[in-house]
Design a protein around this ligand. Structure first.
Ligand code: AMP
Length: 364
């Protein structure tokens, strides 16, 4: 079987690496000649809108998936006319627009921060008495890793904030004083079978994920599972999904979902019986889903901008280095290190050593 992937970055790379033992082959569409995944399959180099390349991808691949959610809707529907595309175009459409996504959460009775639709500075001025300060103005589309977001502290910030999002359709959201940020990853098969991973607890800085740790037996596991199952069923979703949530004194509020494999689940490669990447492939190929049981204490640390000394990292016991084959660049995720051990104290110590090294080489 041949899997087509739109995008050739680290997520496509890890998908391909997890598919090799299953005898799968890959064909990757990416504009860049040196994207991290292109050595792992046939590379179609060109624009995502290139109809000739999309046709070739659809003809050669048994199933097409993607590693980023900003796939243009017409590209997803063009591909769907020629081959199977998972997750479905509807999941993409919801995830691409923060307003549609927030309304979708509400339709499913999944709580969120208070929000309002903003199409003009006047809308923003009118919404703020209800939303309250502090708040965040977020562009509806094309936002990731905190891009297209401005914090509003007082009334005086409104016009500058509106200018800094360049007047694009946006939402304003109340600022959530959360105790933790968590995510839940789940995979759903065409038969409707769902498997859930234990919650990840996620630490961000400057809007970028830095550290994820697996929370086995978390008291909020069931609440998170309920919410993600509502999404999966309503969307008739096939593949892996990630739902990001804020924990506010034991109540979860949904922030956003990603219709793809997710950075907060990289620890599943060594830390779970079946990785998120393999379960995504199993789901889209209609194969039995694998166990999500964890192996001891586990988590992962991102390396942003640059990676210090790989030798130093490899010398730390119970760690696993994943280099993405990307040249160093400010703000770019170039590698992650996962940690897996049966000893809780050792886990905490090792995690700290890796975080220290990540901070040393950090260039974000
Ligand atoms: P997003 O692009 O929406 O995932 O936002 C990136 C990060 O900004 C989140 O992971 C949070 O750390 C923070 N953030 C986003 N929205 C809110 C909010 N309403 N309240 C507090 N922090 C937020």
């Amino acid at each position: 079987m041949k899997i087509g992937i739109l995008g050739g970055g680290q997520l496509a790379r890890m998908l391909a690496l997890s598919g090799y033992p299953l005898g799968l082959e890959f064909i990757i569409l990416d504009p860049s000649s040196d994207a991290g995944a292109v050595g792992l399959g046939e590379h179609l180099q060109g624009d995502y809108n290139d109809k000739a390349l999309l046709t070739e991808l659809a003809e050669k691949a048994d199933v097409v998936t993607y590693e980023f959610e900003n796939v243009p809707a017409d590209v997803a529907s063009f591909l769907s006319q020629h081959t199977q595309v998972y997750p479905c175009a509807n999941a993409l459409a919801v995830a691409q627009d923060r307003l549609v996504e927030k309304n979708f959460f509400h339709q499913l009775n999944i709580p969120t921060a208070p929000f309002a639709n903003i199409a003009s500075l006047e809308d923003l001025q009118q919404a703020m008495p209800t939303i309250g300060y502090p708040a965040i103005l977020k562009s509806r589309r094309m936002g990731y890793d905190g891009k297209g977001q401005v914090v509003l502290k007082t009334e005086n910030d409104l016009s500058n904030a509106w200018e800094s999002v360049q007047g694009v359709p946006s939402i304003v959201e109340g600022f959530v004083n959360f105790q933790r940020e968590v995510s839940i990853l789940a995979a759903r098969s065409p038969q409707g079978e769902i498997v859930y991973y234990p919650l990840s607890e996620n630490q961000h800085s400057q809007g970028i994920l830095r550290v994820s740790t697996c929370c086995s037996d978390d008291p909020l596991q069931q609440q998170a599972q309920d919410y993600v199952s509502y999404l999966l069923k309503k969307l008739d979703y096939i593949g892996l999904i990630a739902l990001e949530l804020f924990d506010v004194e034991g109540e979860l509020l949904a922030n956003e979902f990603a219709p793809r494999v997710h950075n907060s689940g990289h620890w599943t490669i060594e830390g779970a019986e079946t990785s998120q990447f393999e379960n995504h492939l199993r789901a889209i190929l209609d194969l039995p889903l694998g166990s999500t049981a964890t192996r001891g204490f586990t988590g992962m640390v991102n390396f942003i901008g640059d990676i210090s000394d790989s030798k130093q990292l490899l010398a730390i016991e119970n760690t696993h280095l994943h280099l993405y084959d990307k040249s160093p660049r400010k703000g770019r995720k170039v590698a992650h290190v996962s940690i897996r051990t049966d000893d809780a104290q050792q886990f905490t110590r090792t995690l700290q050593s890796v975080v220290d090294l990540a901070n040393e080489s950090d260039n974000s």
